[in-house]
Design a binder for this molecule. Structure first.
Ligand code: GLC
Length: 792
């Protein structure tokens, strides 16, 4: 019935009776204890504290003194920030060196202002409130100039102004439409851009939460079904500052193993060892680069995690070893559901040692997933996480270095799609219902898996992919955007979705390239692979019963085109790796919306069909069939067409040509990008590094390249290689200095090539003070490029 017009039967009309929210009322008193300011109001309690002088936390509890234990997302401790407290007649002020929190007394309303007195966050006639159903809500003022980014994994356009969104990790096989919400991840964090300046809010509540940026013209709200209002305000003032402040609180991603950044091939499922070996051979014979092959659920013995089906995979260890020798890693799927089977050791241990989620009455919760009736580990318990982590020795002993976590919302095949919300989580003695902790289940499975693999890999970096997560998931895993379809519309929606994941602290993300469900076409696969070259995570995955989607599945032409762009991934890897280091250090995403770099240019505010890699490369994929051109917006400056070297003026929309073999890419003039070489996988050491220097008329540019061994955690102890290129140029002289700074890592390449773009023949080139002789130079007349080779 739901699928017919009956769904809008007159009898379904909702009564608009409102939610009966009660305001927390006027301020009665306040006091300070251990750097926390506690307020008592007529109907509630509020605590305000600081994490540094730009990050404040506000917590409201309608019944009692706020509980200040933060969720698993937060790793930063509260700090004793120098605070001036001023008690005026009508308001209280809390002043740090950079922000002022102004609390009006009647009624109790909170405003956060910057040190120039500009309001960042403020409340209107409505502030914080609650109702009989234990829902809590916080209203904030919204101005005409506000634009919103972040909110994790959402469908729709880039700017979330005018949207209503919900956070409740959900397995959505279909559909993924503009109105499909929520999906698998919950990241209740967003950035508000207002007149070029930004601030952020993180609503740290692990139950179901709602964000309404739609219903009222000048007010937005965030609401939770259960728990407290507990939110952080980040004062910016730039969008990049907000991201840094948020990832200081919730952590940044570790450096991924380099192989995790190569091209990955998956299918539900490569069902036998023979098939996997054949697949690896096909890639090698066809000379198509590949770094990882995935094992979906068929590899297991009747879907029991931590097992292999010995008939289908008679020698998994030898298979993993042989593939590794060929430069290919094997990544198996691991779901949380443990098959109910009294003869299965994992199930036995889980029951005996109390690792499974239970009802208050003590009975284990069972749900139906791939293995049939299954129990679910209670990842909120430290010793259950340790137990789960230990089980990964099974994979590590087989030589496996990467794990794929799926179904960890947790997904259950029932009406609600998940675990009974009445189930209790132990939460290390502070027990809570699933209703209160649902959104953190997948995150904690990720933590258990990541820590387990770390322990078993003895200093080698592991890779983890997850479907579900919560704020802070970047500390443990990369994220793929779940079960999309082989629709052009889903290619389109992947751009803003991934850009907003990046703006939510998750730089390492990507969709299933080619689309998971439904049948791909050759043309779609080519265009999607072109886009995949630049998504931080690059995996082709497709579902059971769909047409094959490996790069060669649609004939020779498609194969060559897909191959060209998979190869490009390896060419761009030194630049991508440098950007991953930036993400690791600062929390900034690799794939960026233009608005992050050009926050005062209104053309970028909702630009959803093109993106940047770092701060100087614009990628504008083709997102519709039989299309050979598109409009690209280039912001201020001059931009160089990557393929032709044509120089284009910024602050302008351009119509660019893009036949099927072209992905439009533009480099900002006056900047540098490093390139590596095409190789079968990242296991082949780089032997030549090329710096492309895009010269303008006159000026100076620099680039800081990052490199390390790509496999171990020794980068944390300073085994890194940082090279600084500085180039000063005019029409007649180019002066380049290449300096190796810090770090004790010695990279593999011996040749360094410099390609100068937009130069005239006869220009004098100096590298580290020495003039390069004409015989060491190669000039391309049409492109106006000059190639100079030097030895490292
Ligand atoms: C889920 C995953 C998908 C996987 C399938 C079988 O649908 O999202 O990627 O292939 O389960 O494990």
């Amino acid at each position: 019935m739901e699928d017919t017009s009956f769904a809008i039967h007159p009898g379904t009309k909702k009564q608009l009776i409102g939610d009966n929210f009660k305001d927390i009322g006027d301020l009665l008193s306040f006091n300070i204890e251990a750097d926390v300011v506690y307020f008592k109001t007529v109907n509630g309690h509020v605590a305000i504290m600081f994490y540094n002088d730009k990050t404040a936390r506000i917590v409201m509890n309608q019944k009692k003194r706020p509980q200040l234990k933060s969720s698993f997302a937060v790793i930063k401790e509260q700090q004793g920030v120098k605070l001036e407290v001023v008690d005026n007649k009508d308001f209280v002020e809390l002043k740090t060196a950079t922000i002022v929190i102004n609390i009006s007394k009647k009624p109790f309303r909170v405003s956060v202002l910057d040190n120039e007195g500009k309001t960042l966050v403020s409340e209107t006639d409505k502030g914080m409130a609650f109702n009989e159903k234990s829902e809590v809500i916080c209203y904030k003022k919204m101005t005409d100039d506000d634009h919103f980014y972040g909110f994790g994994e959402k469908t729709g356009f880039l700017d979330k102004r005018g949207e209503k969104m919900e956070m409740w990790n959900t397995d959505v096989y279909a559909p993924h439409n503009p109105e499909t919400d929520p999906l698998y991840q919950s990241i209740p964090f967003f950035i508000t851009l207002r007149e070029g300046k930004a601030h952020g809010i993180f609503f740290d509540n692990t139950g179901r939460t709602h964000f309404d940026l739609k219903s009222e013209k000048d007010t937005y709200s965030f609401k939770a079904d259960v728990g407290q209002i507990d939110y952080y305000v980040f004062a910016g003032p730039t969008m990049k500052d907000v991201l840094k402040q948020y990832t200081e609180l919730t952590g940044t991603m570790p450096m991924p193993p380099k192989w995790a950044l190569g091209y990955h091939q998956s299918r539900y499922s490569y069902e036998t060892e023979e098939e996997v070996r054949q697949l690896a051979n096909d890639f090698i014979e066809k000379k198509i680069p590949v770094d990882a092959i995935y094992l979906d659920i068929h590899y297991m013995n009747e879907y029991r995690v931590f097992t292999f089906d010995n008939d289908r995979f008679p020698t998994p260890k030898a298979m993993v070893e042989d593939l590794k020798k060929a430069g290919i890693k094997v990544v198996p799927i691991v779901d949380p559901g443990v098959k109910e089977d009294p003869e299965y050791s994992i199930y036995q241990e889980g029951v005996k040692n109390n690792h499974f989620c239970k009802y208050l009455e003590g009975n284990i919760y069972f749900g139906d997933v791939w293995p049939g009736n299954s129990a679910f580990p209670d990842f909120t318990k430290t010793n259950t996480r340790q137990w789960w982590g230990e089980q990964h020795k099974f994979y590590a002993d087989l030589g496996i270095e990467g794990i794929w976590n799926d179904m960890n919302e947790p997904a259950v095949f029932n009406e609600t799609k998940t675990m009974d919300v009445k189930v209790m989580h132990d939460n290390d003695g502070d027990s809570k219902t699933h209703r209160e902790l649902h959104n953190v289940y997948g995150f904690l499975m990720g933590e258990a898996t990541f820590e387990g693999m770390k322990q078993h890999l003895h200093g080698k970096r592991s890779f983890l992919l997850t479907r579900a997560g919560y704020a802070g998931v970047q500390r443990y895993a990369s994220v793929w955007t779940g079960d999309n379809r082989s629709f052009w519309e889903h290619l389109q929606l992947a751009l803003p979705m991934c850009m907003n994941l990046g703006m939510s602290g998750v730089p390492f993300c990507g969709p299933d390239v080619g689309g998971f469900a439904h049948d791909a076409s050759g043309e779609l696969l080519v265009r999607w692979t072109q886009f995949g070259t630049f998504t931080p995570y690059f995996r082709n995955h497709s579902a059971i019963n769909t047409v094959r989607q490996e790069p060669w599945s649609f004939g020779e032409d498609v194969e060559q085109l897909a191959k060209k762009y998979i190869e490009q991934r390896y060419v761009w890897l030194p630049h991508l790796y440098t950007l991953f280091r930036e993400a690791n250090q600062t929390g900034l995403p690799v794939m960026r919306p233009l608005v992050l770099e050009y926050p005062t240019d209104e053309n970028t505010f909702n630009l959803s069909d093109q993106f940047m890699i770092g701060d100087n490369v614009i990628v504008a994929p083709i997102l519709t069939p039989t299309t050979k051109h598109r409009v690209v917006y280039l912001p201020e400056g001059k931009w160089v067409n990557y393929w032709t070297d044509e120089v284009l003026l910024g602050n302008k929309h351009h119509l660019v040509e893009a036949p099927i073999d072209i992905l439009p890419i533009f480099i900002k003039q006056g900047t540098v990008i490093p390139h590596g070489t095409i190789k079968q996988s990242t296991a082949t050491p780089e032997d030549e590094l090329t710096y492309h220097i895009y010269l303008g008329d006159e000026g100076r540019t620099e680039y800081k390249l990052y490199e390390d061994d790509g496999t171990t955690n020794r980068y944390d102890e300073g085994e890194t290689f940082d090279q600084e290129l500085v180039c000063e140029y005019s029409s007649s002289i180019v002066n380049i200095s290449l300096r190796e700074a810090n770090g004790s890592y010695d990279p593999s390449w011996t040749i360094e090539t410099l390609v100068l773009h937009n130069v005239n023949k006869g220009v004098d080139v100096f590298v580290n003070g020495e003039q390069i002789s004409i015989t060491n130079q190669l000039f391309d007349k049409t492109k106006k490029t000059l190639k100079v080779s030097v030895e490292r």
